[in-house]
Design a protein around this ligand. Structure first.
Ligand code: IVH
Length: 673
């Protein structure tokens, strides 16, 4: 047990403020003020002190964002104030109708200002703060009751755990939209694609799905963000703090929330219409998805006079943008064979403009989906482009079906290798199971050489395909048996380029085991899972021999992943592949961090008191670099005691035992030698 001094208490407070300010600048203001390495140091120092002095624990500490334990489910919470939804308008005429309606309802028409905000396409959240501290985060649910997802909400860095407000009211309710930035959304889908998991259809689904994840560590990794748009102060007249929505937004910003900067005040519906038109195109440049504009009467007293219908506030309307959907004709249905052998039917359509791009192909997923849609070649369909992902067919316009529309049948044989395909009972996917099917080999190579896997520079998709088509490569192991001469048989491949490639291939042999494991393309093993697995099973033999329950016991690895890994290693062709890769010199065990042997290796140090320049963690790091150990208490086994200011009983004990005592300067000298 360490004794808690007022200095330590103060240092912890100071660290919390520093870390919190830096994190606010980074996540909310988007204006970093601190070097990453400095931030990491402060964060670690804080974490260490909090572990050492558990009595200092505090739920609003910046170290307390990500909970350790996965939830088993979410409990239901009643919203103190219901979450209403918004009436939709689809054009400026409907906006004017809405305006006339609210004006008619008031006895005297006043000059009313509107606040225009972007309608963020994510998932609504209700946050409750008690005495300035975040106590609850809940989903919208049906508007009256939602689910308590506080653990997950705490992982969203742009949501303050503590409000930056003096004299904070005892209760503050904040509403806003949690969303996934488009780049994060794409990255998640790429990872899911690589791990052969079902893709999220759009950022909204991805955000909603993430918020309902049981494991907060996964939520934290997904990098959700949040824009606040409503402030309620229950039991107190809102008007005394903010009289208008505009002021409320500014107050939210002062409290430490991220508020969308693209808001505006408009004096007339004509100005609202201009804002709406401007953002119809500009929103395509934003790093997040928007699906309209929310128009609210600015004055809270007008809002109060107008009140609510059963479902909507009368004082607000959502002015939506045209959905990114369009009709077009299906000219053919082709079948693509993926890296896993999955056969995916694709609709080839007459090109159509959607969300700023020309769309001519859409996935039809699988045979079940085709039957569900009842889609035939020649049909007119509605296609949708959601976010930035592959367009999909929403429905068929049956009334436009021509008499000669053709029913589509999934092929019985692989369209690439002509071997019979298989559809396992209970699965929607039809697969080619021929491991040497060129489509599967091409896919495997593409994945193997990709940036997060073995990162073989210069070996792109085209070259990979050529190598397979020429019969030079039948498996990823064959890449390592390519020679300059073999490579030069390819079109437009000179000596120089071939040399470069051979060097890049050789370099890939130094890539760590986790990347090799990821590169194998085992179902559900994305790069994060690969890292987790290699940490727990430091050699491929250990992983290959592990039973499902041993793999599933690893934190973050579920039964499904474990089953997939276990099954992969049971297949003989895969075992052969592993031993070939091993013989070829690829890394199939985790690197053991080597510490050099020095004259201090094996010695034991204890540090006591405050050192003049080094923090305790820093001193510890320096000592450990020599191969020596740092322990907490002085005993006969201690070789050196490093003494700082206000050294206590440890110094006395060391002196009694005759242990060498060093001041900081002496320590540094010893380490330098
Ligand atoms: S105001 C009573 N403002 O749109 C006020 N909602 O279709 C209701 N949304 O459930 C909400 N951006 O999830 C408001 N700036 C914004 C918004 C916004 C997105 C979402 C929200 C709501 C849905 C209504």
């Amino acid at each position: 047990m360490s004794f808690l001094t007022p200095e330590i208490r103060q240092r912890v407070e100071e660290l919390r403020t520093l870390v919190q300010q830096a994190s606010y600048a980074y996540y909310v203001l988007d204006n970093p003020t601190m070097e990453d390495t400095v931030y990491d140091r402060l964060y670690r120092e804080l974490q260490q002190l909090e572990t050492q002095y558990p009595e200092l624990a505090s739920s609003d500490s910046p170290t307390m964002r990500v909970g350790e334990k996965p939830a088993t489910g979410f409990s239901s919470v009643q919203h103190k104030i219901p979450l209403y939804s918004l009436e939709n308008a689809f054009n400026t005429e409907e906006l004017q109708n809405w305006e006339k309606r609210w004006q008619r309802q008031l006895s005297s028409i006043e000059v009313a200002e509107y606040v225009c905000e972007l309608k963020i396409d994510g998932s609504a959240l209700a946050l409750s703060y008690e005495n300035g501290l975040l106590v609850r985060g809940a989903t919208r649910g049906d508007g009256v009751a939602g689910e308590d997802i506080t653990q997950n909400v705490r992982t969203i860095r742009s949501i303050p755990l503590k409000l930056q407000l003096d004299n904070c009211p005892s209760l503050v309710e904040v509403r806003g939209e949690a969303f996934l930035p488009l780049d994060v959304f794409q990255q998640i889908n790429q990872e899911r694609l690589a791990a052969q998991e079902q893709l999220f259809a759009n950022p909204r689904n991805a955000a909603a799905g993430t918020l309902r994840q049981l494991n907060p560590q996964i939520v934290a990794r997904r990098k959700l963000d949040f824009f606040a748009y409503t402030l309620h102060i229950p039991g107190q007249d809102n008007l005394s703090i903010a009289c208008t929505q505009w002021e409320a937004l500014e107050l939210l910003q002062q409290m430490g929330f991220k508020v969308n900067p693209n808001r505006t005040l408009s004096a007339t519906s004509k100005e609202v219409a201009q804002y709406y038109q401007r953002w119809d195109t500009e929103r395509l440049n934003l790093p997040y998805m928007t699906d309209g504009v929310v128009v609210k009467l600015n004055s809270f007293s007008l809002q109060e006079q107008l009140g609510f219908t059963q479902k909507f506030p009368r004082w607000a309307v959502a002015l939506k943008y045209a959905a990114e959907e369009a009709p077009t004709r299906v000219e053919n249905i082709a079948v693509n064979v993926g890296r896993t052998g999955a056969l995916t039917p694709l609709a080839q359509m007459r090109p159509v403009q959607l969300a700023g791009t020309t769309v001519s192909r859409a996935t039809l997923h699988n045979a079940d989906r085709i039957r569900e849609l009842d889609i035939r070649i020649g049909d007119t369909v509605i296609v949708r482009k959601a976010g930035e992902i592959i367009p999909e067919v929403l429905r068929v316009l049956l009334e436009l079906r021509p008499p000669d529309a053709q029913v589509f049948q999934m092929p019985q044989n692989c369209p690439v290798c002509n071997q019979p395909v298989v559809r396992t009972l209970g699965e929607a996917v039809t697969r080619c199971v021929n491991a040497s099917c060129p489509a599967i080999v091409k896919g495997a190579i593409e994945h193997w050489v990709s940036r997060d896997a073995l990162d073989i520079n210069g070996m792109g998709e085209k070259l990979g395909h050529q190598l397979v088509d020429k019969g030079l490569v039948h498996s990823v192991a064959d890449i390592y048996e390519l020679t300059n001469q073999k490579l030069q048989t390819l079109e437009r491949m000179g000596n120089k380029l071939a040399e470069k490639l051979i060097a890049a291939i050789a370099l890939s042999k130094t890539k760590p085991y986790s990347r090799v494991l990821y590169g194998l393309g085992i179902r559900h093993v994305g790069s994060v899972n690969a890292q987790t697995l290699t940490q727990q099973f430091p050699t491929v033999e250990q992983l290959a021999q592990a039973e499902i329950n041993e793999i599933a016991a690893v934190y973050g690895i579920g039964v499904e992943i474990a089953g997939s890994v276990h099954q992969w290693f049971r297949i003989e062709a895969n075992q052969t592949l592993i031993s070939r890769l091993q013989n070829l010199g690829l890394q199939l065990k985790a690197e053991i961090k080597e510490t050099p042997t020095t004259s201090l290796t094996g010695k034991t140090f204890v540090i006591t008191g405050t050192l003049p320049t080094l923090k305790r963690e820093e001193a510890k790091e320096l000592i450990e670099k020599t191969g020596a150990k740092v322990t907490d208490s002085v005993s006969k086994k201690t070789d050196y005691l490093v003494v700082g200011e206000e050294a206590g009983s440890k110094l006395a004990k060391a002196q009694k035992l005759g242990i060498t005592c060093l001041e900081e300067a002496q320590l540094l000298e010893l380490l330098n030698n």
